[in-house]
Design a binder for this molecule. Structure first.
Ligand code: ATP
Length: 258
């Protein structure tokens, strides 16, 4: 992992009409790392990812990728810079085959031999996709569609992958399986990962660094190792009641425990 940030958000504010979804969000993702943003339903996690990938234009602030400002650019331009977005709900093409969905991920690439090699790599990560290559993607289970959505993003050879709640709707076993592949992708391909999750347990055991988002604001950040030890995280996000002192919501004012 390098110390240089590959992605930085600085004081971002994004809205849907009159609804302000995120306010003053700043975060930094080191190259080669896995970073997570934790938050409850409606906290603004999806909005952060949509702002990075250009689906939403921020009203304020900046997004910088590899030192270059990318906010106010179109989503297709941002994808070509090396940012892959795996949206919540997967959004695979249900009437296309698994294979054709994967090839859609590689549509901007001209290096055919490398594309063929990457196809074998994603089939190695998720062998079930190879077995189902000719079937319509709409016939896959939820977990298999999640695998396909991640694999389709990988086919573009992203430098960073934005993952929106990959555990949503999956059994604990399948969640573990998908997260172990996410770790492999990070380790073996060096792909940086920005992961937003409600499932704090799996996210904190996967990522290196974490941010906690509440009602559109970052209220806490630290290494995942330290977040896992923090009493408020244990009580409010991991559902673990420690004996003795109750959680005090000490992060109401943003703090970094160092
Ligand atoms: P979830 O886990 O439910 O997806 P989230 O943390 O990803 O939640 P966002 O989807 O980013 O949260 O939503 C942040 C806020 O913006 C919420 O108050 C939500 O109601 C609002 N919001 C999201 N999408 C829209 C939209 N298309 N129009 C209006 N308001 C929206």
């Amino acid at each position: 992992m390098s110390d240089a940030p590959i992605l930085q958000l600085n004081n971002i504010e994004s809205s849907y009409g009159p609804v302000m979804a995120i306010r003053g969000v700043s975060l930094s993702v080191k190259e080669g790392s896995i970073v997570t943003v934790l938050g409850a339903n409606g906290a603004g996690k999806t909005t952060i990812l949509k702002t990075i990938s250009g689906i939403i234009d921020p009203q304020k602030g900046s997004v910088t990728f590899q030192g270059e400002p990318i906010h106010n650019h179109r989503p297709d331009w941002i994808v070509r810079r090396g940012i892959g977005h795996v949206p919540e709900g997967r959004e695979v093409f249900p009437l296309l085959s698994v294979h054709d969905n994967l090839m859609m991920g590689a549509y901007t690439r001209t290096d055919r031999d490398e594309v063929a090699r990457d196809l074998e790599t994603v089939y190695d990560y998720f062998p079930i996709l190879k077995e189902r290559a000719k079937q319509d993607a709409g016939q896959l289970s939820g977990g298999q569609q999640q695998m396909l959505a991640i694999s389709r993003a990988l086919m573009a050879r992203p430098k960073i992958m934005l993952l929106d709640e990959p555990s949503l709707g999956l059994s604990p076993r399948l969640t573990q399986e998908i997260f172990s592949i996410i770790r492999r992708i990070n380790r073996e391909r060096g792909t940086t990962i920005l992961l937003v999750e409600q499932n704090a347990n799996v996210a904190l055991h996967t990522a290196d660094y974490g941010y906690v988002l509440e009602v559109g604001r970052i209220v806490m950040e630290d290494s995942c190792e330290r977040l896992l030890q923090h009493q408020d995280i244990r009580e409010f996000y991991l559902g673990q009641k420690d004996s003795g002192v109750r959680g005090t919501r000490r992060w109401k004012k943003k703090k970094t425990w160092r």
